[in-house]
Design a protein around this ligand. Structure first.
Ligand code: B12
Length: 209
């Protein structure tokens, strides 16, 4: 899926209110947000293999690069693929995705899309052209839900009533301690280790489109 948000609206979104404005090369006007489905039937898309990220991230990055190429060739527009990490110049992708109309932030603190629930991963391109925003949309996925996400969390990260980043982070550290070492003798391109980060609150979400 893809959507468009304006950089001006992104700079005013909740995460930027907390962290302040970002500096980007050139003078970007629009953000194209891409979402790639990460179905639970393909869990390996989401396994981290050190510096190389995840197979799903590499797939969405390749889609973004193809789009960038097309924008350049067909529209003479220079799009800029943003890094994943905010500290490295990336954007707050969930905020951007909400503003681009891809979904809404759920009680599990993930973007929930009408089509695939929270089972998507995001990347974004910046453009120095003003494009009409495609969102936000009128969508309230958690209204009336009994929150299976809350009960699924192994760290009870929702026990205060809302998502706790600190408790979630504890689980991420545990997942890192449980890094899977792949046996030697594998093909050259297969990673030798990977981390299976928790997806409990994501996979418990009943929104499936
Ligand atoms: C740092 C990080 C983490 C940290 C901290 C999580 C956190 N909540 O901050 C840790 C390591 C714990 C983590 C865990 C996970 N993460 Co993470 N993480 C990130 C990263 C790199 C930055 C997020 C960040 O720092 N946000 C800033 C903090 C302050 O904000 P926040 O807690 O997210 O809450 C903000 C939003 O909810 C927003 N918001 C709330 N309401 C509204 C309403 C509107 C209208 C708007 C515009 C915004 C908005 O404002 C809040 C306050 O700033 C992003 C990638 C990126 N570049 O954005 C991925 C990302 C958010 N993570 C992702 C995922 C999938 C996960 C995990 C499921 C682990 C996994 N298997 O990958 C868990 C689930 C955690 C959870 N339930 O939120 C996905 C989310 C996809 C989705 N469907 O939403 C992202 C987008 C990366 C990706 N590959 O696409 N993550």
């Amino acid at each position: 899926m893809a959507g468009i948000a304006s950089v001006a609206s992104l700079q005013k979104s909740p995460s930027y209110e907390i962290y302040g404005k970002s500096e980007w090369p050139r003078d970007p006007k629009s953000v194209i947000v891409l979402a790639l489905i990460h179905d639970e039937a393909e869990p390996d898309l989401d396994w981290w293999d050190g510096k190389r990220g995840t197979p799903g991230n590499r797939r969405i990055e390749s889609i973004a690069n193809n789009l960038r190429q097309w924008l350049k060739e067909d529209l003479s527009s220079d799009a800029y693929l943003l890094p994943y990490d905010v500290e490295k110049g990336g954007i707050f992708l969930k905020d951007a995705a909400v503003l681009a109309g891809l979904g809404a932030i759920g009680m599990n603190n993930l973007i929930i899309t009408p089509e695939f629930g929270p089972r998507v991963r995001l990347r974004a391109l910046l453009l120095d052209v003003d494009l009409a925003p495609t969102g936000p949309i009128d969508f309230a996925p958690c209204a009336g839900c009994d929150m299976p996400c809350k009960w699924a969390c192994p760290q009870e990260a929702f026990k205060s009533g809302s998502y706790s980043r600190t408790l979630c982070n504890e689980q991420m550290k545990r997942d890192e301690a449980n890094t899977v070492i792949v046996e030697e003798g594998q093909e050259k391109d297969v990673p030798s280790r990977y981390i299976k980060y928790c997806r409990a609150c994501e996979l418990a979400c009943p929104i499936r489109g």
